[in-house]
Design a protein around this ligand. Structure first.
Ligand code: IMP
Length: 203
């Protein structure tokens, strides 16, 4: 049976990436697919809070099952920063590429002279089911922050993040390999299990 969900994102690349991580019977609609072009508040101090805030905001307006995700890079020596502020760590102005460069420069400066480079990416998905119940799913990948950027694929902090068990940073790995082990893939794997379970109940 086809299951239909709103994904609270305006990013078409994210929509395609997430579609590929979910079972084939799932139909996803983005915010633009449902004709929503406003700004959704993201004012909570945690990934969980922000993900829930976005999913609830859309559920309250459209009354349909929906989900959102929020990701942060958590660096141990910086007490979990940039965390929920990862996207705008060095400021909110400029293109995606400019912001990514500024964020990486700031992170390297903050870690200058610090030996503990441990970090993790963490994704939280908030899902509002058809009855309005909230569910949270988390995916993490542990790793370390390199001394300098390397590689050219991916986005955001990929040139600085070396996942545990690898000598390469995310930006040096083929995208399908990153997507196999990533925080996002792990969180969406758990979400997919929940959706399969709901589908079996209705069949
Ligand atoms: P979002 O919640 O998915 O929009 O992620 C927030 C921010 O975290 C992004 O703007 C990036 O800076 C960073 N980020 C999220 N996922 C990744 C990733 O897979 N690689 C590198 N940076 C990421």
């Amino acid at each position: 049976m086809t299951q239909s969900f709103i994904f609270a994102t305006a990013n078409p690349h994210k929509l395609e990436e997430v579609k590929a991580m979910l079972p084939a019977h799932i139909r996803l609609r983005s915010l633009s697919d449902i004709g929503f072009s406003g700004d959704i508040p993201e004012t909570e101090p945690t990934l969980e809070g922000n993900a829930l805030q976005k999913a609830r905001y859309i559920f309250d307006r459209f009354g349909k099952p929906c989900f959102s995700d929020d990701t942060g890079l958590e660096v141990e020596a910086l007490n979990g920063a940039p965390g929920v502020y990862s996207a705008r760590y060095a400021g909110a102005t400029g293109s995606q590429e400019e912001k990514a460069q500024a964020n990486m420069s700031k992170l390297l400066a903050e870690l200058s002279g610090i030996g503990n480079r441990k970090a993790r990416f963490r994704t939280v998905i908030a899902y509002m089911d058809a009855s309005g119940n909230a569910h949270l799913f988390e995916g993490t990948v542990n790793g370390a922050i390199s001394e300098e950027p390397c590689g050219t694929t991916g986005f955001g902090y990929d040139p600085l993040f070396v996942p545990e068990g690898y000598d390469l940073c995310f930006a040096q790995m083929p995208l399908d390999e990153k997507n196999r082990i990533s925080h996002r893939a792990r969180a969406f794997g758990k979400f997919a299990d929940q959706l399969r379970m709901e589908n079996e109940k209705h069949c």
